[in-house]
Structures are given as structure tokens and as C-alpha cells.
Write a protein that binds this ligand. Structure first.
Ligand SMILES: [Zn+2]
Length: 350
């Protein structure tokens, strides 16, 4: 009798502890994109987008790495630094096959300072900068929150805001969240967010200090117990990279717009206006919109578009004092893509 009681007691203890420590097993699920699988589909999709990637300098910045590798999933299987790198390396493969030039802030598990990430991209003269991360919630211990989000710098009403970065964020966010089967979260209408929501008036260092159009993707939450199980699947990392690649391809297909100025020194006595030349890759310019600012103040301008030239002309009869000033100009094409960042110090002389 005594032995039976001891046995029952031990059995109960083992049963209870077994229940408590039993891990939840997730049956993870993801879809292989129809234009990515099988492999011949992948090749034909890359070929389809390759005309838009030719010669583009795309800088990939996998977040964290080296000594900075404390961000992990709840089971300790998905290390953010490693997943960021895996996604970035697969993305590099797709971009390179499509004809883009790719540079990375790191292509192995090393520590790179935030300043160096931007500096390397600026020195290289990157056309587009993409920082790749995975997210964690504000509430520690939350193993359920999970969505895909893409960040741009500042708010649309701020001087430091760049319209083209927001354009890219929208395209990448849509295709990345679709490929992963995640929503974009409820904090924004389309899953793109200003980095000022995280760090007011400062934003993320890599977005603040990089000159080119730049975005930061938070592919998903590595802290989600479910998502962690997907993030450690190699094929899923490839699909993540594919989502970013296709979003970029769709963005570039709508045409990029680049602005230039013949000289940084403008003589009032010789010129009655400042002329900004527009290269719209012959997509067409949306003449219902422009933004022209001198030292952060809006100034009037007008389009001159004919067979031989496309330009935005800023008359010098406005608030010009002969001085050094900063000029910021934004125009956009008929597909809604805004010009790449154009901010120049100019000297207006008498
Ligand atoms: Zn991160």
C-alpha cells in the first residue's frame, strides 16, 4: 500500500511537471511564391525585372552582428543578427543576378558601428540603402506580437523627410509582408512607419546619416514563438529576401527620377532663375506637383518641358539674398515615384 502511494505521488509530480514544461509545438506554414518556385519561374522573374536593376548600386545593411547578437527568439533558436545576414545574402544573390551592383555593410558575423554603415554607403555612392532587421515588442515577454513593417526617415512634414524613401518603403513593405503572409501591423495604414515614431526628432541613425534613398525593414518579430520557428527555416529566409527583391523591382519599374543643377554658383546679374534639370527616364513628369525650398522655405517654381529639355525653373525674383543657401527640390513622375534626394548648397552672387 505504501509503495502504491509513493508511486502515485511520483506519477502525479511527473505528470504535472511534464505538462508545465511541455513546449508548444507550432505547425508553421508558409507559401512558396508562384514566381519563385519552381526555380525556372524564379529565373524568369529575375530576368523580367533585370532591365530596371542594371547598374543600380544597392547597399544592403544586415543589422547587428559580432558582439551585438543578444536579440534572440523565445526558444533561443533565431538570433536576429544571423537571420538578418541570411536574408541579406539571399537578397544579394537575387539582385546580383538581376544586374545590380551590391555592397554590404557586413557579409559575415562581424560588428559594424552604426556610423560606419552609413559612411560606407555614402562613400560608395549608393543609389538605394536597405537595412534589414527583425523586430521585438515594447513589452518584454510578449511572444505573440508579429507583423512586418518598413521604416522611412522623419515625418512627411519635416524638412529631412525624403519622398523617394517613402515610395520604396511602400513597395518593399507590400511585397515583403505578402511573401511572408504577415500583416503590416495596426500602427499605420500600409505598414510603413516613420522612424520618428520610435525616436522622436532623431529616428534611426542609419536612416538619418545615409544620403541616398534609404529604408529599414523589420521583416517580422523574432520574439514571436511562432515566427521564430519559421525564421530558422532556410527556405523561408529565401522567400523573405524574395519579397524585398520583388518590391524593389516593382518600384524601379515605375521609373526613378534624378535631378541635377549645372552649377552650384548662380549669378543674379546673368540669370533670372535657377534651373533644375530632370531625368525622368522618359516616364513623364507629374506637373501637378513640385516642392522647391530655399533654406527650408517654400519658393515658387515652374516646369519647362519640351522635346529637348525637362526642367524646373525657380525665378530669382523671390526671397533671394546673395548668399550661401540650401536648395531642396522634389518632383515626381506620372507613376507617382518621387525624385531621388536633391539638396544642394548653392551660392547666389550679384
Ligand atoms: Zn535589429
Amino acid at each position: 500500500m505504501r509503495w502504491t502511494k509513493i508511486f502515485l505521488f511520483l506519477f502525479t509530480i511527473l505528470f504535472i511537471s511534464g505538462c508545465v514544461t511541455k513546449k508548444i509545438v507550432y505547425n508553421v506554414y508558409y507559401v512558396k511564391p508562384f514566381d519563385w518556385y519552381p526555380e525556372d519561374k524564379r529565373d524568369s522573374t529575375i530576368k523580367f525585372f533585370s532591365p530596371y536593376f542594371q547598374g543600380m548600386k544597392i547597399f544592403l545593411d544586415p543589422g547587428h552582428g559580432g558582439t551585438d547578437r543578444k536579440n534572440k527568439g523565445p526558444a533561443g533558436l533565431a538570433v536576429e543578427a544571423d537571420i538578418n545576414l541570411k536574408v541579406a545574402l539571399y537578397l544579394r544573390d537575387y539582385l546580383t543576378k538581376a544586374g545590380a551592383n551590391v555592397m554590404m555593410s557586413r557579409d559575415k558575423d562581424t560588428f559594424i558601428t552604426l556610423d560606419d554603415r552609413s559612411r560606407l554607403a555614402n562613400e560608395w555612392g549608393a543609389d538605394i540603402f536597405i537595412s534589414i532587421h527583425h523586430n521585438a515588442p515594447g513589452r518584454p515577454g510578449d511572444i505573440y506580437t508579429n507583423y512586418t513593417s518598413t521604416y522611412y526617415h522623419a515625418f512627411p512634414t519635416d524638412y529631412e523627410y525624403d519622398h523617394s524613401s517613402h515610395d520604396i518603403a511602400k513597395y518593399v513593405q507590400r511585397d515583403l509582408s505578402y511573401a511572408m503572409g504577415n500583416s503590416g501591423g495596426l500602427g499605420s495604414f500600409d505598414g510603413t512607419y516613420s522612424d520618428y515614431l520610435i525616436y522622436p526628432k532623431a529616428g534611426f541613425s542609419v536612416l538619418r546619416k545615409t544620403n541616398s534613398p534609404r529604408i529599414l525593414v523589420e521583416c517580422a518579430f523574432h520574439t514571436s514563438a511562432y515566427e521564430e520557428q519559421r525564421l530558422i527555416i532556410d527556405e523561408f529566409n529565401q522567400i523573405q529576401a524574395w519579397g524585398i527583391f520583388r518590391g524593389l523591382g516593382r518600384y524601379l519599374r515605375q521609373g526613378i527620377v534624378k535631378l541635377s543643377i549645372p552649377s552650384d554658383t548662380i549669378s543674379i546679374s546673368k540669370n533670372k532663375s535657377i534651373e533644375i534639370f530632370i531625368d525622368d527616364q522618359n516616364k513623364g513628369i507629374d506637373t501637378t506637383f513640385y516642392l522647391a525650398q530655399i533654406d527650408t522655405q517654400n519658393v515658387n517654381a515652374k516646369f519647362v518641358i519640351n522635346k529637348t529639355q525637362k526642367k524646373l525653373v525657380i525665378p530669382l525674383d523671390q526671397t533671394f539674398k546673395p548668399n550661401n543657401c540650401e536648395l531642396k527640390v522634389v518632383v515626381r513622375n506620372v507613376n507617382g515615384n518621387h525624385s531621388f534626394p536633391f539638396r544642394r548648397k548653392i551660392v547666389v552672387i550679384k
